[in-house]
Design a binder for this molecule. Structure first.
Ligand SMILES: Cc1cc2nc3c(=O)[nH]c(=O)nc-3n(C[C@H](O)[C@H](O)[C@H](O)COP(=O)(O)OP(=O)(O)OC[C@H]3O[C@@H](n4cnc5c(N)ncnc54)[C@H](O)[C@@H]3O)c2cc1C
Ligand code: SF4
Ligand code: SF4
Length: 945
């Protein structure tokens, strides 16, 4: 079936203005940035929409559907946009369900939950985990994909082996039909009066029942014989239901890819979280052995059984992941202990015994510890975007990425594929859910090269034909048909069954507005390929969105890290058409830490801001650079702080400073709610004259303390704590001349000014073995100087400095000196750690936690979301106080949940932000302050004994 020609209004803004009139202005967007961000998902395609609707209720969904149907405008539902097939992009209206992201109900006795379609799988599992449950199917994109997409794609993942796919775990759905009416889709008994009522009310359901009854034989004949299938409509599941006297409606809608109706909620079955889990990596010398080992390993009832072939191991880097050079394939096996009776150690022994029969390159690596297990999974889960690092031109292209064959023939399939691609001279990664016979095949191609393009088309047809003909398999196990496989749905099932699919589609969507071009279409898979983007470094996987604090708050692609990559690298980008979004980034760098493809969106945004430096910030930072004058001004402010920092005066200041501060950003203000740090009347450098070295003076100590601005100017004890801790470790640090490390300056686009200060720092820090820092942002900025001076004469000096920068927690962890601490503490204080984004980006994550855990007076608790941004980000809490407070709300809840009395961190902006957000609910301290307290308690105990 070719999609009907749909009418698009001539004036493209008419759609958005019509929808605004119905839904309100905040829920509808059609500006350049929004349409650019929503033109992509994680597939190889690009289609720009006309308008985006961010629905917040069932009423919004129904109203949008009715409008689209009346006007004949294509309507594409969308959740996280991580599908690999182009099913969440479209030329009309995108209906984004991300803001519908709550768990509506959890029934612990009966193990089910009601959830909305915008909830991220990882967030759902975090919530369920607190009650001992989880959702079984686990797509590898679980950190970012959302329930609506999982339902519509019938997603599955490594643990499908045990828990099935989404279709096996759904009880009921609320579906908005194209009439705008709502259907409670569940498995009704055919004798249930409600079923009769439904059939009476909805003609498409009557059509469907008749179609199933009349074609039962054909459907039975065409049923895929492999263990997984997401191709076509699931008439097979419906036919099974009818045979058991049930009209199992979720079976129709799960996997329908937004082409039959839109979901507003789902009732899902839950499974208990395993009591313990074992993960093993097994490296095989010979591929043939893998095929043989799989049935034997399946006897252990693993919850997951995954494979990565030799090419995949080469592409992701064997050395980096500790994979032997001679491994022909690696298996990842997971075993769960559910009942108290399961002995995982005995299971591990049985597995090792099985593996001994084969030619392994080394003993299996077995991990029980959650952190180690996560490491083993990490490479596997991020495989697809990681392949983007391999070559600047040849990119992983998903066009035959999801085939399924009988599990026992997976070795044969891998051998065939390796030979096929070797014949084409195309590098390819083959990995996937071997226990289900589901292989992900990702060739690396430059689709802008004619030769590679032809190889793609040839591979598409040959491989799909072979999987269907020789292996009797399926072309789609879990990713959906989307735009990429529609061309082959007919080949997979034959004309007769395909005609039934067309009848189902026409019956539920007679106007053809629901996600046209998806699943049922004759369009070739090469239509709408995004050739420009496929030459860029971003995989559009959305892993960064999952950690972007701005996306977390706005749930809109134009306010997200992935969206910003699209916008700032688009050929039509200009600062003026995108200022709103370019200025919204916090520069927290969480995206950079998360990105498997090595893209640094925050840096791209800084580059764009550097083209338009903020004038007001320039005035402030130039004053800041005149150190003597600036410090005199600060001391004056410190003196009168008891007056100006009173609530009433602060409200007045908020009002009076607005016109001036607005120069920083439209949203900027000095909110009276902001808990100001106490300014020091005597700066750190005044308090430690004996440690000061002047410009040009040679180093007196092997260690310099780069205190940065906050520790110098704030009277919060952080600088004193760092110096005291260093002294306890036998180091008398120098405090060389220093300027602002440059983070806030660069954030406002003043790169030249940031470099000016950085040059001073490069010279004054040159003679030291170690440059110790306390501030997270200074740590990262000093380590990032090589990027700041890329290709410039200072780059070598910047690289040398970057290697010597050591955060105080790293210094303490590495120090051979172990100062005395109190042996016992009568009471312990509950301490949680907030891992500042810039310190994470600098790679310092373990040391602060390990140190806190070792402090005698501390009961360390790992709080939820410890690694998420708190929203302070330098001066962001001045630039956009409202958004920063929406961001910190999540952190506040996490701290409350942890029961912590003290939150430890390393960043002055985080400290201000946490104090503002917590309003005294917990104390906020720098890690160095807690170490100092522990050493002082040790001193007191020594004096007493
Ligand atoms: C790195 C990576 C790894 C992946 N690993 C896996 C894996 O292991 N297993 C797997 O199955 N998939 C995997 N995927 C593919 C993808 O993540 C999943 O299919 C995921 O479930 C899609 O969810 P989403 O929220 O991103 O949906 P989207 O991409 O937004 O949408 C997917 C489909 O759902 C429809 N849809 C969304 N919301 C609704 C709604 N409310 N009502 C009706 N239709 C709706 C859309 O129209 C579209 O057709 C992976 C993707 C990436 C990038
Ligand atoms: S920037 Fe990185 S994490 Fe973000 S979408 Fe692109 S590849 Fe994925
Ligand atoms: S730096 Fe932070 S706010 Fe900016 S795009 Fe990255 S994650 Fe989002």
């Amino acid at each position: 079936m070719t999609a009907p020609t749909l009418i698009l209004p001539e004036r493209s803004h008419a759609i958005a203005s019509d929808l605004r009139a119905v839904l309100g202005v905040d829920k509808v967007k059609d500006d350049y940035s929004t349409l650019t961000a929503y033109a992509v998902d994680a597939s190889i395609y690009r289609i720009a929409p006309r308008a985006v609707v961010l629905v917040e209720s069932e009423g919004d969904i129904a109203a949008t559907v009715r409008y689209a149907v009346q006007r004949g405008i294509p309507l594409t539902p969308r959740a996280a946009g991580t599908n690999l097939t182009g099913s969440a992009i479209g030329s009309g209206i995108i209906l984004d369900v991300s803001r519908l992201n709550r768990v509506l109900e959890l029934n612990r006795e009966e193990s089910w939950a009601r959830v909305q379609p915008g909830i991220v799988l990882a967030e759902l599992n975090k919530h369920l985990g607190r009650h001992g449950f989880m959702f079984g199917p686990d797509p590898s994109s679980g950190d970012m994909c959302k329930f609506g997409g999982m339902l519509a794609n019938n997603s599955s993942g490594p643990h499908t082996l045990r828990y099935g796919a989404v279709k096996d775990n759904v009880e009921a759905l609320r579906v908005c039909l194209q009439s705008g009416e709502w259907l409670n889709a569940k498995a009704y008994g055919l004798d249930d009066p409600n079923c009769a009522d439904l059939l009476k009310a909805h003609k498409p359901l009557r059509d469907l029942q008749l179609l199933l009854q009349e074609n039962a034989t054909l459907i039975a004949q065409k049923r895929p014989t492999v263990s997984k299938n997401s191709c076509g409509y699931n008439l097979f599941g419906l036919a099974d239901g009818l045979a058991r006297g049930r009209f199992d409606l979720p079976k129709l809608f799960v996997g329908s890819e937004g082409t039959l109706g839109l979901f507003s909620e789902a009732t899902i079955r839950l499974v208990e979280k395993p009591r313990a889990t074992l993960t093993a990596l097994i490296h095989f010398h010979h591929l043939e052995d893998v095929g043989d080992a799989v049935p034997k390993l399946l006897e252990l009832s693993p919850s997951a059984l995954e494979v990565m072939d030799a090419n995949t191991l080469n592409l992701i880097g064997r050395a980096k992941h500790g994979i032997p050079a001679d491994a022909a394939a690696t298996l990842l096996v997971e075993l769960d202990a559910d009942g108290a009776g399961t002995d995982l150690c005995a299971q591990a022994d049985r597995m090792t015994e099985i593996c001994r029969r084969y030619r392994l390159t080394s003993d299996p690596v077995i991990a029980f510890d959650p952190e180690q297990r996560e490491q083993l999974w990490k490479a596997r889960k991020a495989l697809y975007p990681t392949l983007y690092r391999f070559d600047p031109k040849k990119k992983p292209i998903n066009f035959v990425d999801d085939v399924v064959v009988p599990a026992e023939r997976i070795g044969e399939l891998i051998r065939y594929l390796e030979e096929f691609f070797a014949g084409q001279r195309v590098p390819v990664a083959i990995f996937g859910h071997i226990g289900n016979g589901n292989a992900h095949i990702i060739p690396l191609l430059d689709v802008n090269d004619q030769d590679d393009f032809q190889k793609m088309v040839q591979g598409y047809h040959e491989i799909h034909q072979t999987v269907l003909g020789r292996f009797g398999g399926s072309i789609c196990g879990e990713h959906g048909d989307g735009r990429v496989r529609t061309e082959y749905v007919k080949t997979m099932f034959g004309q007769e069954l395909y005609d039934l699919f067309v009848r189902v589609k026409q019956s539920f969507d007679p106007s053809g507005v629901l996600n046209p071009g998806i699943k049922i279409s004759d369009r070739p898979f090469t239509d709408n390929i995004d050739y420009v983007r496929l030459s860029k470094p971003c995989a559009t996987c959305a892993k960064c969105n999952a950690v972007c604090p701005v996306y977390d708050v706005f749930q809109s692609e134009d306010m997200s890290s992935r969206g910003w990559f699209e916008i700032v690298t688009d050929k039509n980008y200009s600062y003026l058409n995108s200022k709103r979004v370019v200025e919204a980034c916090l520069n927290c760098k969480s995206c950079r830490t998360a990105c498997p493809a090595g893209v640094d969106v925050s840096q791209l945004i800084l580059d764009r801001r550097a083209e338009h430096p903020n004038k007001m910030a320039g005035v402030i930072f130039r004053f800041h650079a005149q150190t003597a004058k600036f410090e005199r001004f600060l001391k004056l402010l410190a003196r009168y702080q008891p007056i100006w920092d009173r609530p009433l005066v602060r409200r007045l200041l908020d009002y009076l400073t607005k016109p001036f501060i607005r120069g920083l950003a439209e949203t900027a203000r000095l909110s009276a709610q902001l808990v100001m740090p106490r300014l020091a009347r005597r700066h750190l450098r005044d308090r430690y004259p004996e440690l000061i070295t002047q410009a040009g003076q040679t180093a007196r100590s092997p260690v310099a303390y780069f205190h940065g601005c906050a520790a110098n100017y704030f009277d919060d004890g952080v600088g004193d704590a760092v110096i005291s801790v260093l002294r306890k470790h036998g180091v008398e640090p120098d405090l060389p001349t220093q300027r602002c490390s440059g983070t806030p300056i660069e954030t406002y686009g003043h790169r030249a000014l940031a470099k000016e200060g950085a040059r001073v720092n490069l010279v004054s820090m040159a003679g030291y073995d170690k440059v110790v820092t306390g501030c997270a942002s200074c740590t990262l900025m000093l380590k990032d100087y090589p990027t700041l001076f890329a290709g410039e004469p200072e780059q070598a000096a910047a690289q040398a400095l970057a290697k010597r920068v050591t955060h105080i927690s790293e210094f303490v962890a590495q120090s051979p000196v172990k100062p005395a601490m109190a042996s016992q503490q009568p009471t312990k204080c509950k301490v949680a750690y907030h891992s500042s984004c810039h310190l994470r980006a600098a790679g310092v994550t373990k040391e602060p936690r390990a140190i806190l855990q070792g402090l005698p007076g501390v009961e360390y608790v790992e709080m939820p979301d410890a690694d998420r941004c708190a929203g302070g980000a330098g001066t962001y809490l001045v630039k956009d106080f409202e958004t920063s407070q929406r961001i910190v709300e999540r952190k506040r809840r996490a701290i409350e949940q942890s029961g912590a009395e003290v939150v430890a961190t390393s960043c002055p902006a985080c400290m201000i932000q946490l104090r503002t957000g917590l309003q005294g609910a917990a104390e906020v301290k720098h890690v160095a302050q807690l170490i100092q307290e522990a050493y002082e308690a040790g001193d007191r105990q020594t004096r007493q004994t």
